[in-house]
Design a protein around this ligand. Structure first.
Ligand code: ATP
Length: 236
């Protein structure tokens, strides 16, 4: 079934692909327009941040959207928050009763377990936002909409995500990060609590006091973290 998407999107629906992000980047290099959306039923080499693996069996949602954003490249990382907010909104609409929470910088959780992941990759003037949502199944320790009790069809979820994503992207391009930040904070987990942040060369501990105006995590009211792995203290 082909999902009904807003006219901005041009869907490339595939049975299987190595990585939807890699395919979208390939299309970008060949001149594909913004709004190109690669959707696959499964990925044989789904990827996460820093070469990590995104488990991608059939039954879940895997898509990547090609963007050529107008805001400065330095702000493109904010699209990970745009996508997270859109994902949470789409989940709330498609699976009422399931409250998605957002964990800095790019995770979507339900009751502390990972439901979805977001991976941004850029090349030249192209930015690809990859989204994976566990609909039917999930790896150990993670969760899925099915596990949370929601029977959701992947095409309807894709419609919901694409619609919400386009709306939030427009808001971001017009009004900047402020409205995105507010919506993200509304669903944030860990804010005000103890966190550990693993950086490339060290691990910092402190209180997650704020999300700054650009999307950085503020530790103990001072140090700004732009990229890292966050572990929340138990009960946060
Ligand atoms: P973390 O969530 O551990 O902080 P991360 O945000 O860097 O990691 P991503 O790069 O978004 O994570 O995703 C890769 C990681 O997510 C993997 O290392 C694995 O731990 C986990 N993972 C892999 N596949 C799935 C999946 N289908 N659902 C939930 N989690 C997954």
């Amino acid at each position: 079934m082909t999902p009904a998407l807003p006219p901005f999107f041009h869907v490339h629906a595939l049975e299987t692909v190595g990585s939807t992000n890699a395919e979208a980047l390939r299309l970008a290099a060949a001149g594909a327009p913004a709004g190109t959306l690669v959707w696959a039923r499964e990925q044989s080499g789904g990827r996460g941040r820093r070469g990590r693996i995104w488990e991608s069996p059939p039954g879940n949602l895997y898509c990547s959207v090609l963007l050529r954003p107008s805001p400065a490249r330095a702000d493109w990382g904010q699209v990970s928050f745009v996508a997270a907010v859109a994902l949470a909104e789409a989940v709330a609409r498609t699976a009422p009763g399931i409250a998605a929470q957002l964990k800095w910088p790019n995770d979507v959780l339900v009751a502390g377990r990972k439901l979805a992941g977001i991976l941004l990759e850029a090349d030249g003037d192209a930015l690809v936002a990859g989204i994976g949502v566990n609909v039917a199944s999930h790896p150990d320790g993670a969760t899925s909409l099915a596990r949370e009790g929601a029977a959701v069809a992947v095409p309807s979820l894709l419609t919901g995500i694409a619609t919400a994503f386009q709306g939030w992207l427009e808001r971001w391009e017009v009004a900047g990060f402020t409205p995105v930040r507010a919506a993200w904070l509304h669903r944030a987990v860990g804010l005000g609590g103890a966190v550990q942040v693993r950086l490339a060369d060290q691990t910092l501990s402190g209180t997650f006091t704020a999300l700054d105006e650009g999307g950085a995590l503020v530790l103990d009211g001072g140090r700004r973290i732009l990229a890292g792995d966050v572990t929340l203290a138990p009960g946060a």
